[in-house]
Ligand binder design. Structure first.
Ligand code: ADP
Ligand code: MG
Length: 332
């Protein structure tokens, strides 16, 4: 009987597990909560996320992959094991083949660490996959053709831009500005403009509900609760979508700049393909209102968001094994 094939997107904000034939079976935040006193893990994933910013002194909730760098290897390893076990359960008796997609900024040493952790977690074979390739496959692009495609993946910690052709990355660049920085920018803005202190989760809510990267004729408004910096008491203010645009201006223009820099370095034939075929956005950050319009306006190239942008990398990572397996490359 064939063993399970699993694809894991080890993202800075979320971890997704794709199982061949089943699709994405698990999606949880990359958060681990542990007890500082005895270094024991208290919770992983969604349960741990709820503890972020709300833990008593001895319990700390951390995001071990924040900014695309593995800040804590042991924690990452435990988190990986936990998710792999949760996703495959006790059902399978043959060890799975696991492909993992790591953030592009991860170093060779860190990649090796992820590979080891995945073997430790019970993999029969491990494949590490380049994120832009996985994102492109997941977005439904046939990457094997000799034709340039541009992928812009905007996650929590990093924005990765790549031009892909013939199963490879031709030009790429990455900037550590993405969804988390949108939240930070909103926190700073609300503090300055309204003298109101808000937390990361409130900022993310604002971004998701009314955030926009472009000017809109109609305004969205949201009531936001926080702590008044002057009186120290709880206060509610009204924040508008136009205010979010102002708050996010710097971060979104850094993303536009990295897209430009990759376009400038793209060989002419492939650049012409990108102009014909457009730019494809993936990652949860791509869901920010108006981001595709902003990139389209600033580059003059048609820009679309992948169908399920947050799942694209996981789907592509899982399919990568299917694709290469069907080519006979991975038979054993
Ligand atoms: P990573 O690959 O780094 O794990 P994801 O692709 O999961 O990141 O994207 C996570 C980011 O997407 C977070 O910053 C989150 O706030 C943001 N996000 C999720 N949904 C939305 C939305 N509807 N609008 C704007 N941002 C969103
Ligand atoms: Mg990602």
């Amino acid at each position: 009987m064939p063993s399970t094939d699993i694809g894991i997107d080890l993202g800075t904000a979320s971890i997704l597990v794709y199982v061949r034939g089943k699709g994405v079976v698990l999606k949880e935040p990359s958060v681990v909560a542990f007890d500082r006193d005895n270094n024991k893990i208290k919770a992983i994933g969604e349960e741990a996320r709820l503890m972020l910013g709300r833990t008593p002194g001895n319990v700390v909730a951390i995001r071990p992959l924040r900014k695309g760098v593995i800040s804590d290897y042991t924690v990452t390893e435990k988190m990986l094991k936990y998710f792999i076990q949760k996703a495959i359960g006790r059902m399978s008796f043959r060890k799975p083949r696991i492909s993992v997609c790591v953030p592009s900024s991860v170093t060779e040493v860190e990649k090796k660490a992820v590979e080891d952790a995945t073997y430790q977690a019970g993999a029969r074979e491990v494949f590490l996959i380049d994120e832009p390739l996985a994102a492109a496959i997941g977005a439904g692009i046939d990457i094997s053709r000799p034709c340039g495609n541009m992928i812009v993946d905007i996650g929590g910690g990093t924005c990765d831009v790549a031009v892909i052709s013939l199963d490879g990355i031709v030009v790429s660049s990455s900037v550590k500005v993405a969804g988390d920085d949108f939240d930070d920018a909103i926190i700073k803005y609300v503090r300055k403009k309204h003298n109101l202190l808000i937390g990361e989760r409130t900022a993310e809510d604002i971004k998701i509900n009314i955030g926009t990267a472009v000017e809109r004729p109609e305004q969205k408004v949201m009531e936001v609760k926080g702590r008044d910096l002057i009186t120290g008491l709880p206060k509610t203010v009204r924040v508008t979508s136009e205010e979010t645009r102002e708050a996010l201006k710097e971060a979104t223009s850094q993303i536009v700049d990295v897209v430009h820099s990759v376009l400038e370095r793209t060989p002419p034939e492939l650049a012409a393909d990108v102009v014909d075929r457009g730019i494809v956005l993936t990652g949860g950050g791509a869901l920010l209102g108006g981001l595709e319009e902003l990139i389209e306006a600033k580059t003059g190239i048609n820009t679309v968001t992948a169908e399920d942008p947050m799942a694209a990398v996981a789907i592509g990572t899982g399919k990568f094994v299917e694709l290469t397996a069907s080519n006979g490359k991975l038979e054993n």
